[in-house]
Design a protein around this ligand. Structure first.
Ligand SMILES: Cc1cc2nc3c(=O)[nH]c(=O)nc-3n(C[C@H](O)[C@H](O)[C@H](O)COP(=O)(O)OP(=O)(O)OC[C@H]3O[C@@H](n4cnc5c(N)ncnc54)[C@H](O)[C@@H]3O)c2cc1C
Length: 489
């Protein structure tokens, strides 16, 4: 019989729950970490970004986590933790395909977009092999003395004083934890939402997508196929495969994330109206069927072998009505999820972790706690709304790539601007991810999304309006026609 008392119980030992547990120890809060599964286990959500790594680095420095700090860039990761598998991510690569036709590179690069995120490999971002990465963080938490219970099934939390009593069992052994605060890091497990009856947010989400994915061996380098088709990589700011590689087409997109151990994560995110889920079709058959309409991508995967069971999801999006209560809080990926486009999930989760730790340091058990919790929820809802516009607008724009590229500049300008603010130590504490609460930026984004599929708005006008709207955030010459969609650092 396990009987524990702690300040905080963290549900879910994915990367976010384990990292948070470590940070809670550092700020002197006792915590218990619980997961229904066990490590190592497959998890999706692998591609990091400059903002994700800046936050990871800041957290490691501020809270003295020298073993975590090297994971914030590719070079230090490979030198210090070669045992944890990762992949090299120099930037974001997008290639536009017309269904049923072979990909033809163009000398003006109009059917591609490359946005560099690092000057070289050493300071680059990474793809995290989550089975390794998450296990490492859980082990670190245990090493710091966090009581961790895997393979544990919990019942509904019961109010206990100002907090909660959680009962459950671990492989037959009963377990009870009494804690003042529940942090829900269970992702789509939705622990708090299920047990406390938190329903969907009334505003809903415009994004609608479902996914089909696995891990593969023997995936060819896209650059080789691109060059074989007459493409010139001389102008590319980095090798296009050392990236989050996206193949974009009308009705969806595909991610390709190569790890250094020869394994590649790949999957489709699909508009269910254009690619309805047919349960009578096996995932492999659906995969083959989509590839048959993308001949160049089919060639890239001609010898590929899936090495983990296929994952075929229903609609991926979730947005809960609330992410906080007086004695519970959900990490961002538990309260909300949109789509992997532009790899925003892990960065947003790290934003939430940083915010929550600061709140727990400064305001917990103080009179302004409730206001802080309300502010956490307000910001997360604004961030979700902003990202929903970018992703849903992009799906509408996949058919007309020039418009999709222009719309993505809302993301890239806000991201590069906020990364620079943080690097130069000008970032305002508690400000919204991607300046999602900036009224002018959001207003322009709303207008652009409403116009993206409107043939009455000429593309030149559409792009010019976005160039003007992102002006105050555009430090890197985005939307500059002479750059031919290829942006260096
Ligand atoms: C298809 C897809 C692709 C993605 N790609 C990217 C990407 O490239 N880049 C990016 O930044 N983000 C991506 N994301 C988002 C990313 O997955 C999340 O940001 C990330 O997984 C968050 O990690 P986490 O630790 O919060 O949650 P998770 O990784 O979901 O971990 C949740 C943990 O909670 C446990 N759990 C669940 N229910 C319970 C319960 N009832 N009791 C106890 N434990 C429980 C689970 O076992 C699990 O260990 C993607 C998401 C999807 C769906």
């Amino acid at each position: 019989m396990v009987d524990l008392k702690a300040d905080i119980v963290v549900i879910g030992a994915g990367f976010s729950g384990s990292l948070l547990s470590l940070l809670l120890k550092r700020i002197g809060r006792s915590c218990v970490l619980i997961d229904r599964g066990t490590h190592p286990r497959f998890a999706i959500g692998e591609s990091s970004t400059p903002m994700a790594n800046l936050i990871l680095e800041d957290l490691a420095r501020r809270y003295d986590l020298p073993r975590i700090a090297p994971l914030a860039s590719y070079g230090t990761w490979k030198r210090v933790h070669p045992e944890i598998v990762c992949g090299l991510k120099r930037g974001f690569s997008y290639f536009h395909h017309t269904l049923g036709q072979d990909f033809r590179p163009r000398s003006d690069h109009a059917n591609e977009l490359l946005v560099a995120a690092s000057a070289g490999a050493d300071d680059a971002d990474t793809h995290w092999l989550r089975s390794d990465f998450d296990q490492f963080l859980a082990d670190e938490a245990v090493g710091e003395g966090v009581p961790y219970f895997d393979l544990t099934t919990l019942e509904s939390p019961v109010p206990h004083g100002l907090g909660w009593e959680l009962r459950g069992h671990r492989q037959g052994e009963p377990l009870t934890v009494v804690a003042d605060l529940i942090v829900d890091a269970s992702g789509d497990g939705g622990f708090v939402a299920r047990h406390l009856g938190i329903g969907p947010h009334p505003d809903g989400l415009q994004t609608r997508s479902r996914a089909l994915f696995s891990h593969f061996t023997n995936v060819k380098r896209w650059q080789d196929l691109y060059v074989a088709r007459g493409g010139s990589v001389a102008d590319h700011p980095y090798p296009c495969d050392d990236a989050a590689l996206h193949h974009v087409f009308d009705g969806g997109w595909m991610w390709i994330l190569p790890f250094d151990n020869g394994v590649t994560s790949a999957g489709f995110s699909l508009d269910p109206d254009q690619f309805p889920l047919d349960k009578s079709v096996s995932p492999q058959a659906e995969w083959d069927s989509i590839l048959s309409r993308l001949p160049a991508v089919a060639e890239q995967f001609a010898d590929a072998i899936p090495i983990v069971p296929w994952r075929q999801t229903g609609r991926m999006q979730r947005r809960l009505a609330r992410s906080t209560g007086p004695n519970w809080v959900m990490l961002p990926n538990t309260a909300t999820f949109l789509d992997p486009l532009h790899s925003t999930g892990n960065a947003l989760t790290l934003v939430g972790i940083e915010r929550l730790v600061e709140m727990l340091e400064g305001s917990w058990r103080r009179p302004d706690w409730i206001n802080q919790m309300q502010r956490y929820d307000d910001l997360l809802q604004q961030e979700t709304g902003f990202l929903d516009l970018i992703v849903s607008g992009s799906f509408k724009g996949f058919r007309e790539f020039e418009r999709m590229i222009a719309l993505s500049m809302f993301y890239f300008s806000a991201a590069t601007w906020s990364e620079a603010e943080r690097r130069e130590e000008r970032a305002v504490r508690g400000s919204a991810f991607l300046s999602a609460d900036h009224p002018d930026l959001k207003g322009a984004l709303i207008q652009s999304v409403s116009e993206i599929g409107d043939p009455r708005v000429p593309t030149s006008e559409f792009v010019a309006r976005i160039r003007q709207a992102i002006g105050p955030f555009n430090r890197v010459g985005l939307c500059e026609p002479t750059k031919l969609n290829l942006y260096g650092v």
